[in-house]
Every structure is written in C-alpha cells, then in structure tokens.
Write a protein that binds this ligand. Structure first.
Ligand SMILES: [Zn+2]
Length: 406
C-alpha cells in the first residue's frame, strides 16, 4: 500500500505573514489634514481583475501604516511617509508579497487566497509595511547606494511578524516557535514571539531600540545584553521555558543538533547525515512511509525533516496507524495482503499538538471504481488512534457499504 499524499503548502507556511491591539504610543506619527495619505499610488495594471481588492488594500494601507510606524517609533526615526502598492503577475521565488524600498508588491496569482481567506490581506500588508518602515537600505550618497550593513534577516523578519502580532492581524498564525521556525535565527513567528517575550519581561522599548540599531547599523548580539542585562543565549534559554516554544520546535532543534546544524545552518553533508540518522532511528515502517510520502518539493530538506518528525511523533502518526492496520489485515474493506493507495490531506491542525485530533483518509484499489473512506480520532496525547467510521462508496458517491458506523 502506498501511503499518504502530504500537501506541502498546508504544513509549511508558504510565506511570512501575519499582524492587533492598537498601540497608543505618544511617538506615533500623526497624520494631519495636510499630510498626504501613506499609500501614494496603487498599480494593478498587471491584474485589472483585482480592482476591488486593490482599493481595499489602499484603505488598509492608509489606516494601518501609521499604526505600524507607531510601534517602531523611537522619537527620532523618520519613516518613509509614503509608499506605492503594486499588484504583480509574478514575484521572485513565487513569493506572496515583498517590499523593495518604498513599495509593497503583492502577487496577483495569490488573489484568490487574499479574497477567500479573511485577514490574509491585512496580515500580508502589515508584514510588508513593517519592512517599508524598517527601511534598512542606506541613503543614496552621490551615485552610490551605500549598503554598509545588512541587518540580520532574522531580526528584520522577526520585527515584521512582531508588528503583526501586536496589531492582532495574525491570520491564524500564533506567536510561537514551531516546526518551520524553531529558532529565533529562523526569523518570522519564532523571532517575533521571542521579541514579544523579551519586551514583556525586560524592556518595553526593546523592539523600538532594536529597530533603530538595525537602521543605523553596527548591530551585534551585545545589543540584548545592553538592553536587558541578560545575554542573548541566556534570554533564549529562558524563552524556551515558555509555552511559545512549542514541543514541535524543541523536537526540530534536537533533530537539527543531531544532524550537526550550527547556528541554524546545516553542515555540507547534511543529506548523508539525515539518511544515516533515519536508518539508525526509524523503524522499517517509518522508513517505508517516509519514502511513500509525496511532498511536492521533495528536494526540500526542511520538508523531509518535518515529515520525519511528524511520522515519529509521540503516540505515532495517523498514517502509521493506518499502515499497521492494513499490514495486519485489519483495515476494513482490505483483505490481508491486498494493496491500494491511501491518501490524506495533512493540514496544519494535524501537525499541531492540540487534542483532540480528527483525520480522514480515502483509499482506492487498482482496477476497482469504489472509494474507501476512513475517519480517525485521537482524544489526547496519551490516547491511541481510534478508527471511528469506515465505509465504501460507489463511483456516483452513494454509500455502498458501511464497515464501521459511529
Ligand atoms: Zn518579510
């Protein structure tokens, strides 16, 4: 039996997104009547069908950009007063959005996602507007664009997600470290959650000060010791005791350590190391499942690390449970030794550690038009998977046979 089609986009966040709680900082730039609106121009010529969405984006930008700046203002900082919004047919690397200086570009091919997922547009816009406000590029001096420093990307992305969390437009993302972003060096939600913790615990102006330091250059990790009295490694150790550092993040970091990652970077021979690690630490069924799992970007090492951790989770994955039933000849509808294809859609909930978890699978047999359906549930971390319902349908969708009714 081939097992499990895992859809990568559903379990590895595609883009960095995120953003509520209004900051009422006194340093907030105030828009006067004479001040121009933050969004200077909205260009959707490449995607004319996005007119309505573009108008909404303009309104959101005008309303939210001052709030973004307010969160980062330190009293002296001059933020770009205006920026352009562009809807592009495509963006480098298939990104959902990006932000070259004084511009926010949105990928028009993701329009449906923006339209159908409430909060998505707000979240993406806030993240990118934070980058506009960060404005780390140096000014043009003479004919040269001087970039004397590149601030660490993990803080740039962490601050952008921090702003999203503060403004409450999270689009379902949590301020936490997880499989995809297990370390503050991964940036995004993990660095954002870490900054929230340090700000809350030690210094309410931490992020403003960090942002200013990044803008002016000369950042080093000493910044944290000066701002909090604790070194960055100490702060990171403390943060790992909080709920925002999830068990999934801990497992990913332990796996990375076992593979020889240093400061978030894999060793050159990480592929061989991962293969050897799997051979030593996974049983035959897990190795079989790992090979069967179809990940669109199968070359993506991170996706395969997540796949391994998913399949070896405490209590076992639903896929493993189903494969065991089938091998034992106990999968309803399948005689012992009979093969087929089992597929499932693994969403973010299935990867999370919150219970109860429900999963459903469908299976087919070669040369047979029926479809087999299975519903599973697991009540708690301590509980076993339970098959709750199993039935077979005809090609027209009508139920042909109930094997196990609730
Ligand atoms: Zn970003």
């Amino acid at each position: 039996m081939k097992v499990a089609s895992l859809h990568r986009n559903s379990w590895i966040p595609v883009a960095s997104l995120v953003a509520a709680i209004l900051c009422s900082c006194s340093t907030a730039p105030k828009l006067s009547r004479t001040e121009p609106a933050p969004v200077r121009n909205v260009d959707f010529r490449e995607a004319p069908e996005m007119k309505a969405l573009a108008e909404r984006a303009r309104q959101l930008g005008n309303t939210l950009y001052p709030k973004v700046c307010a969160l980062l203002a330190d009293g002296d900082t001059k933020f770009p007063r205006q920026f352009d919004l562009q809807f592009k047919k495509r963006l480098p690397n298939g990104n959902t959005a990006d932000s070259p200086p004084n511009r926010v570009r949105l990928n028009a091919t993701h329009a449906r996602m923006f339209r159908d997922k409430p909060g998505m547009l707000d979240q993406v816009l806030i993240h990118e507007m934070a980058h506009v406000a960060q404005h780390y590029e140096q000014p043009i001096i003479g004919r040269w664009l001087v970039r004397s420093h590149d601030p660490p990307a993990h803080w740039a992305e962490g601050i952008a997600d921090y702003v999203c969390f503060k403004l409450g437009e999270t689009n379902g993302r949590c301020a936490q470290c997880d499989f995809s972003y297990p370390d503050f060096r991964s940036g995004y939600s993990c660095a954002g959650a870490f900054l929230l913790y340090v700000e809350r615990t030690y210094n309410s102006d931490l992020v403003r000060q960090l942002n200013t330091r990044l803008r002016h250059g000369g950042y080093s990790d000493e910044f944290f010791a000066n701002a909090t009295g604790r070194s960055l490694p100490q702060l990171w150790m403390e943060f790992q005791q909080t709920a925002a550092f999830t068990p999934n993040a801990a497992r990913m970091l332990a796996l990375r350590q076992a593979l020889g990652y240093v400061q978030g970077k894999p060793p050159e021979d990480v592929e061989q190391r991962f293969k050897a690690f799997v051979d030593q630490n996974a049983d035959a069924l897990t190795r079989e499942l790992l090979k069967a799992v179809r990940v669109p970007a199968a070359g993506d090492l991170q996706a395969r690390l997540v796949g391994f951790l998913y399949l070896t989770q405490p209590g076992g994955a639903a896929e493993t449970f189903m494969a065991r039933l089938q091998k034992a000849g106990k999968l309803p509808g399948f005689a012992k030794g009979e093969k087929g294809t089992l597929s499932s859609f693994l969403n973010a909930d299935a990867l999370s550690v919150s219970f109860p978890v429900n999963r459903s699978f469908t299976a087919t047999k070669r040369g047979e038009p029926s479809c087999y359906h299975y519903e599973l549930a697991r009540a708690s971390a301590e509980a076993e998977w339970q098959l709750q319902r199993a039935w077979r349908t005809n090609p027209d969708g009508t139920v042909a046979e109930e094997y196990l009714a609730r």
